[in-house]
Write a protein that binds this ligand. Structure first.
Ligand code: FEO
Length: 394
């Protein structure tokens, strides 16, 4: 298949992975993903910006050969993770005169993880430029979105910016240019939640920086090319904002419906007070939907049954995930039910500590909720209402 030209001798040479159902063995993908690679043909030199996920290397190399690209002078590695660099050793075998161009941290990663020889790597500095003849690549270090080794590559004459994983989406396409729609927005949000939200403040900073650059196009490493950069930049402006929305994320697991009864009761009470609630069945629902809710939620309420004198292991898993994703939530609590006894909250409170939530007194009951338990849930609903009101959400 012929490579699609994006702009003035800049071509898309990545691949879709329509069958991929999960990334990082963590969050399900609704629309597969793409591994983007861009071929930039200058009047004197040719550069390949990012490469390919190793299981797709054979197909990638075949397509490069079919497109008769000739020589490759430079392989630009914007970041060392192997979905973008894993094919560098195979590329260097096929194109032995190519030199990998990257930043110092990424160079170390490529050397240690992929065993690329030092003399095949040219290390550049932040802001350094590389001439391809009539095109110039400028390297902009962007540590923290999302690895310490991440950088962007700006193609000056064409005013396009390759943003690596930043501003991407796990999404597949026939035409490389973004068609702005709900499905793309949700894929980008799910992706942001898992990959960028843990570094929200850095993401906020680089969103502002890219906006100020006023580029014509954004070429990310996953998902479609944005010819209207403000579409994805405005979404990132909203997601990275420190202000949460009037939303309670309520993940729960319930063995005998007692916890579920508490969750449903509390959710109804909150909704009656004008607070949006996202209930999430930890066992059956899609973790990506919870991650997306965590992008916006002002509060997190965990509901869990007790297993073997402790919280249900799936609740521990979700609490840990919520903790490492570092959402902007400000308030929280835990509710749950036990059978014969034990400690329901200690592990969960410890796991939630990095989020520095303002925690409301948790509620643990024995078996099914009684009138006095419903009264305590009323108090939790009222406390959450007051907390949301205190930060201007109501
Ligand atoms: Fe898509 Fe951080 O690699």
């Amino acid at each position: 298949m012929k490579f699609q030209e994006i702009k003035n001798n800049i071509y898309y040479c990545g691949l879709n992975d329509c069958d991929r159902r999960i990334f990082d063995e963590l969050i399900p993908l609704e629309h597969g993903t793409s591994y983007n690679s861009y071929l930039v043909k200058g009047s004197e030199k040719t550069a390949l910006i990012d490469t390919m996920y190793p299981p797709k290397a054979k197909e990638y190399l075949k397509r490069l050969a079919e497109n008769q690209i000739g020589k490759i002078d430079y392989i630009i590695a914007n970041h060392g993770e192997q979905d973008h660099t894993g094919s560098i050793p195979a590329l260097l075998e096929k194109y032995p005169n190519a030199i990998v161009v990257t930043n110092p941290k990424c160079a170390e990663n490529i050397k240690s993880m992929l065993h690329v020889a030092e003399d095949k790597i040219r290390v550049i500095a932040d802001g350094e430029e590389l001439s391809l003849g009539n095109k110039t690549l400028k390297f902009i270090f962007a540590p923290g979105v999302h690895w310490p080794d991440t950088m962007f590559t700006y193609i000056k004459e064409d005013n396009v910016l390759c943003t690596c994983d930043f501003l991407g989406a796990h999404y597949t396409f026939n035409d490389v240019f973004a068609v702005e729609c709900d499905a793309l927005m949700k894929s980008a949000k799910r992706y942001y939640a898992e990959i960028m939200m843990p570094f929200r403040m850095m993401s906020e900073r680089y969103t502002k920086m890219v906006k100020e650059m006023n580029v014509d196009m954004i070429l990310p490493s996953h998902g479609p090319v944005h010819t209207n950069p403000n579409y994805i930049l405005d979404l990132y402006t909203e997601w990275t904002s420190p202000s949460p929305k009037n939303l309670v994320a309520l993940p729960y697991v319930s063995m005998y419906e007692s916890t579920k009864e508490m969750v449903d009761y509390l959710a109804n009470k909150l909704e009656a007070k004008g607070i949006e609630v996202f209930k999430f069945d930890i066992v059956d629902d899609d973790l990506g939907d919870l991650a997306m809710a965590l992008v916006d939620a002002a509060s997190i309420v965990l509901g869990t049954s007790m297993v073997l004198a402790g919280p249900h292991p799936t609740a521990v898993n979700v609490t840990y995930l919520a903790s490492v994703l570092r959402p902007k939530a400000k308030f929280g609590t835990i509710i749950g039910s036990y059978g014969w006894g034990g400690k329901l909250f200690d592990i969960l409170v410890t796991l939630l500590a990095p989020l520095k939530l303002d925690l409301i007194e948790p509620l643990m009951i024995k078996g099914k909720p009684k009138a006095e338990d419903f009264a305590k849930l009323d108090e939790i609903a009222e406390s959450l209402y007051e907390k949301h009101k205190s930060i201007g959400l109501l």
